[in-house]
Write a protein that binds this ligand. Structure first.
Ligand code: ADP
Length: 438
């Protein structure tokens, strides 16, 4: 590669060559030699200029022509420049690719907008959330593609410190939070985040507070009425006091049960399974729970217990106990007097199963998937009159999931229901033939 200044040598060569040919021409008396040499030089320079012009017109991908002297320097200089440009371009392309990869990996939909609001570029998530098509939608105005009135109002207001929540144009069940961020020279970036889960949690929290307040209001209203009534009574003899006091006691009991269930549920939802986990003596636990259910039933139902005593599970005894007593008290509550309740502890299909079957009122099929939701009741008025908190099955579901288990419900209206808790992680702790019926 020629790097030094070629002009002194070229000037010297031309001057020396010209002087020599002129002297030679004068000495020999042939002056046209000078003319011929000058023309030769002109033709040479023209041919080099022609090569350069052809190369400039042709694809820049080709290397420039090779040459000697000053032309060689010019061609080499162009070659060098071309190489530098190519390296710079490759670096830029690589940078751009990395930027796009980064933008595509972002957890938000991102659209780059021009000063006029035209969409210049967007990542994959933006296509997914907003249904944009690349490259057909390129250059379109964002306002033409997202036509939700709240978004239009957001654009008109131009308050970029705020964000707007709209349903996704692709799937109205999903909620998007859209925010516009100005940057650079009047450029804007639109960020779209899927906040469906957050939105659902927010709604759940609001509903939950509403439900708890509602559940507490009824007993509080009763208590308030009673206390007013007591205040107005002229004489407070024991006989007259008995009924209001019993009612007050009942309502206090209801509030206590609600608060206890709420505390238990919140512990189950937020705390990790506690340390006190060991093999649970299921026969003892079941016998105890069935005795309690019999006391609750007060001989209105016939309650039978059958168990395979060799089956054991590891877990938190208190949590399992609370799940079992919720299933049993429901069976008692929702089965008319004279009905039958069968409690069975057995192994089937790779799991230890606790089935509580009753001959009660049953649950219509469309309610079954929602029974474990907090405060969900089939017959709201009747269930709360029966003294339920509406949290029992939510507690059962949480306890089971903390023990790797699940709840299955089969039911027929007017015939009865079977609630089965399945524990896939179980062991045989004794003789498989040992079973008890009581
Ligand atoms: P509750 O405190 O109201 O009993 P749960 O969460 O324990 O709350 O139960 C939710 C709803 O499921 C009840 O209100 C009732 O409608 C229905 N349910 C639960 N167990 C039974 C059952 N064994 N038979 C019929 N319906 C039931």
């Amino acid at each position: 590669m020629l790097m030094s200044n070629p002009w002194p040598a070229a000037a010297f060569r031309t001057a020396a060559g010209g002087a020599f040919i002129t002297l030679f021409g004068v000495a020999t008396g042939v002056p046209w030699l000078v003319l011929a040499a000058g023309s030769g030089l002109l033709v040479y320079n023209l041919s080099q200029a022609y090569r350069l012009e052809r190369w400039l017109r042709a694809s820049r991908r080709r290397r420039p022509p090779r040459g000697n002297g000053v032309w060689g320097h010019i061609f080499d200089g162009l070659d060098r420049q071309q190489l530098q440009q190519r390296t710079r371009r490759t670096r830029l392309v690589r940078l751009l690719r990395r930027f796009r990869e980064g933008a595509n990996a972002m957890p938000d939909g991102t659209i780059v907008l021009s000063a006029g609001g035209d969409m210049q570029w967007w990542n994959r998530l933006a296509s997914r959330y907003l249904g944009l098509r690349w490259p057909q939608d390129r250059g379109q105005r964002i306002a033409n593609l997202i036509r939700h009135p709240e978004f239009a109002a957001y654009l008109a207001e131009r308050d970029w410190t705020a964000a707007v929540k709209i349903p996704s144009p692709q799937d109205p069940r999903r909620t998007l939070e859209i925010r516009i961020v100005p940057y650079g020279d009047h450029q804007q970036m639109l960020l779209a985040r899927d906040i469906t889960e957050l939105h659902r949690l927010e709604t759940m929290r609001r509903d939950f507070v509403g439900n708890v307040s509602h559940e507490l209001r009824t007993p509080l209203t009763v208590l308030q009425g009673m206390s007013e009534q007591l205040g107005e009574m002229e004489s407070l003899d024991a006989e007259e006091l008995a009924r209001p006091l019993a009612l007050m006691d009942q309502q206090i009991g209801r509030m206590t049960r609600l608060v206890d269930d709420l505390l238990l549920l919140s512990r189950l939802e937020t705390e990790r399974p506690a340390g006190e986990r060991g093999t649970i003596d299921m026969p003892a636990l079941l016998t105890e729970a069935v005795d309690e259910a019999r006391a609750l039933s007060n001989e209105r139902h016939s309650i039978a217990l059958t168990m395979d005593e060799s089956l054991g599970i590891d877990g938190d005894r208190d949590e399992i106990r609370s799940a079992i007593s919720n299933l049993l008290s429901n069976a008692v509550k929702y089965t008319e007097a004279g009905g039958r309740i069968d409690v069975r502890w057995f192994a089937a299909e790779g799991a230890a199963c606790l089935a509580v079957a009753d001959t009660g009122r049953g649950v219509p099929p469309h309610h079954i998937p929602r029974l474990t939701e907090r405060f969900y009741r089939v017959d709201h008025g009747r269930a709360s009159r029966d003294g339920g908190t509406g949290l029992g099955l939510a507690i059962v579901k949480h306890v089971l999931s903390r023990h790797g288990g699940r709840l299955e419900v089969t039911s027929q209206v007017g015939v009865g229901s079977t609630f089965t808790a399945l524990f896939p992680d179980y062991q045989r702790v004794g003789d498989a033939s040992a079973s008890t019926v009581s």
